[in-house]
Write a protein of this length. Structure first.
Lengths: 333, 310
């Protein structure tokens, strides 16, 4: 007899809140009680804040009473120092890529500790031309972390340079940090609705590609050959080449399966390029604005390709415009 | 014209018309393997194809290190191959006769030769490969040698193939269940298939249908084994949906049946892992037996071992 697993709707365990701050000192002041409470519960704390804020929080925690972690139960061990989450790497600013990486880091943290508290601080240097990076990041966090027992509090300035930063924060967060407590946010919208109004931004242009390969369903092998050549030229070893070929193939397969049929791959090569840089373009519409951020259920026959591709690449940024859907991939050897 | 199965021993001067690269590697490797097994000296005239042939030999578990080292298996470089097939026919005949006689003199019970001779198509002096075939027949008369001329459809135009095939009394064939130039599926035994090439969005449904059909056949047979075996030694690429399909297929097997994937290359194994293969109770995955590090072949004849050629 075989007992089949039964599919059930995913449980939302993420608590995602926004707080608005008046100054740099206010950031630390609002974050400190959250961090202290987490340590009291024996939860690990992860920070994506500026160095000055991290230092202020550590100083503040050092001056408070020692942590009184539970002495029994799964969280009996005292939490270690706050974990610093990675920041964006490379020349492209992709909120969805950063969310995917944080999801990976936080999943590791919660695997042994049950829950985690995360403090995120707005950094104007990442705003880009209009601040949409933060809207994309928060929407992506809502998707990527939804099943994670995480309390993520994002602290934004009350008066940011770009209005989009504050408006995106109010739409993206189900909770608002008010007087030290997280309360329901009536302005919250689902990620798809948020990004329908203002989608993920296009990355900076790279200039003319060194190689363009048009493809359809029966020409995916040409895509794989082109990627393999570029990956080898970038210094990737055999396993890395195989993995990147798989990643781009999955993106290209999506393009021919869901796109308009006129897909093409652009590849940037050259002696100075020590990473795989390529883009897949197709004329189709983007149904899911943030694809591949969550692992599909094991029984799902499809939908795993982009999730796998995100795990294998250093950057996978999906955006759409009137011309269609576009994916930029960067991968270091 | 006779059509024989590809056991490599059927004729003195045979030809084959592979429809795909995978068939070309398969037939070449079978011919070379038969010669090595019989203790004969085997000469392969390379023109950019030897890596794929040696890779296929490794996939087929044919020891090639020793024969390459002691000369039983000899690879003629691309430059010399072109020189031979573009030079005077008489010179080629003399060279071949000399090679056979030397092999016999060295104690080999026989000699066999094959390779990639498509560069002979581009000569402009009015001499065609057919002239070489005629000369070959003369040289082979009374000599213990076998020659397999490979006229694959990627490298030879159709009219040249038709002209050349009628110069041969024997044409070898290697039937396949499916071959689309990217993926080749052959039946190596009842309820045992071999996949060579790449599985992607274009041909994935074929593979999954093949698994389902084989299972159906097994369930209807009173003598079928309980394990359906798929040899993936020569499968260089499997996409995510293909991997999911195989895992789900195994999960859907009746309790009495199992799906075994043999010779799985590292890249294919990783995607199977990512798609849940380790948790599929009725799926067995055994890794490729090949060596994956540089193994000192040198001289440009190192086989592209699994993963080296996509």
């Amino acid at each position: 007899m075989r007992v089949e697993t039964t599919r059930s709707a995913g449980v939302v365990r993420l608590r995602h809140g926004a707080g608005f701050t008046s100054s740099a000192d206010d950031v630390a002041a609002q974050a400190a009680p959250l961090v202290a409470a987490a340590r009291t519960r024996g939860e690990p704390v992860a920070l994506a804040v500026r160095p000055a804020t991290a230092a202020a929080l550590e100083d503040m925690l050092a001056r408070t009473a020692p942590v009184t972690a539970p002495t029994t139960g799964p969280f009996a061990a005292a939490p270690g120092p706050p974990v610093l989450l990675c920041g964006p790497e490379g020349p492209d600013r992709s909120g969805q890529t950063l969310a995917a990486r944080w999801a990976c880091e936080l999943r590791t943290l919660t695997r042994t500790r049950g829950g985690v508290t995360v403090i995120v601080e707005h950094d104007g240097a990442l705003d880009g031309i209009d601040g949409r990076f933060w809207t994309e990041l928060d929407a992506a966090l809502n998707v990527a972390l939804t099943d994670l027992a995480a309390t993520v509090v994002c602290l934004y300035p009350q008066l940011p340079l770009h209005l989009e930063v504050a408006e995106g924060a109010r739409r993206n967060h189900p909770l608002l940090l008010v007087d030290g407590a997280l309360r329901q946010n009536p302005a919250h919208r689902e990620p798809r609705d948020v990004l329908a109004a203002r989608g993920a931004p296009a990355p900076a242009l790279l200039g003319p590609p060194d190689r363009r390969i048009g493809f359809d369903t029966w020409q995916l092998a040409a895509v794989r050959d082109g990627v393999a050549q570029a990956a080898r030229a970038a210094g990737c070893d055999r396993d890395r080449v195989d993995d990147l070929v798989l990643a781009v193939n999955e993106v290209a397969t999506n393009a021919v399966e869901h796109g308009s049929g006129d897909a093409h791959l652009d590849v940037w090569t050259g002696d100075a390029v020590r990473e795989l840089v390529c883009e897949v373009h197709d004329g189709g519409a983007l149904r899911d604005p943030l694809p591949g951020l969550r692992a599909p259920h094991p029984s799902d026959p499809r939908g795993r390709g982009l999730w796998i591709a995100r795990q294998l690449c250093d950057l996978l940024h999906v955006w759409s415009d009137a011309a269609g859907t576009h994916v930029r991939i960067r991968a270091l050897p | 014209m006779q059509t024989a199965t590809t056991d490599g021993r059927s004729g003195v001067h045979a030809c084959a018309i592979p429809a795909s690269d995978e068939q070309l590697w398969e037939m070449t490797a079978a011919f070379v393997t038969a010669g090595l097994t019989a203790g004969e000296q085997v000469v392969y005239f390379d023109d950019g194809t030897v890596d794929a042939v040696l890779e296929r030999l490794v996939d087929d578990r044919v020891p090639v290190h020793g024969p390459l080292s002691d000369g039983q298996l000899t690879v003629v470089g691309a430059a010399q191959t072109r020189q031979v097939v573009r030079g005077p026919v008489r010179d080629a005949a003399v060279l071949l006769a000399d090679m056979i006689d030397r092999a016999v003199g060295a104690g080999y019970p026989g000699f066999r030769m094959t390779g990639q001779w498509s560069s002979g198509l581009v000569r402009g002096d009015g001499i065609s490969l057919a002239d070489y075939d005629a000369a070959l027949d003369t040289v082979l008369t009374g000599r213990p040698a076998r020659v397999l001329c490979l006229y694959d459809r990627h490298r030879f135009p159709d009219d040249a193939i038709e002209q050349l095939r009628f110069r041969h009394r024997i044409e070898l064939d290697a039937p396949a269940l499916y071959d689309d130039n990217l993926l080749r599926i052959t039946r190596t035994a009842p309820f045992r298939m071999r996949l060579a090439g790449e599985v992607d969005h274009s041909n994935r449904p074929v593979v999954l249908r093949m698994v389902a059909a084989t299972l159906d056949e097994a369930l209807r047979s009173h003598s079928a084994p309980t394990t359906l075996e798929f040899d993936l030694s020569s499968l260089r690429f499997l996409d995510g949906a293909g991997a999911i399909g195989l895992v789900h297929a195994a999960e859907g097997f009746p309790e009495s049946q199992r799906l075994a994937l043999h010779g799985v290359r590292p890249g294919v194994a990783r995607i199977l892992d990512r798609c849940g293969a380790p948790f599929a109770a009725q799926l067995d995955v055994t890794p490729h037996h090949g060596e994956f590090a540089d193994d000192g072949f040198g001289d440009g004849v190192a086989p592209a071992l699994p993963g080296g050629r996509r």
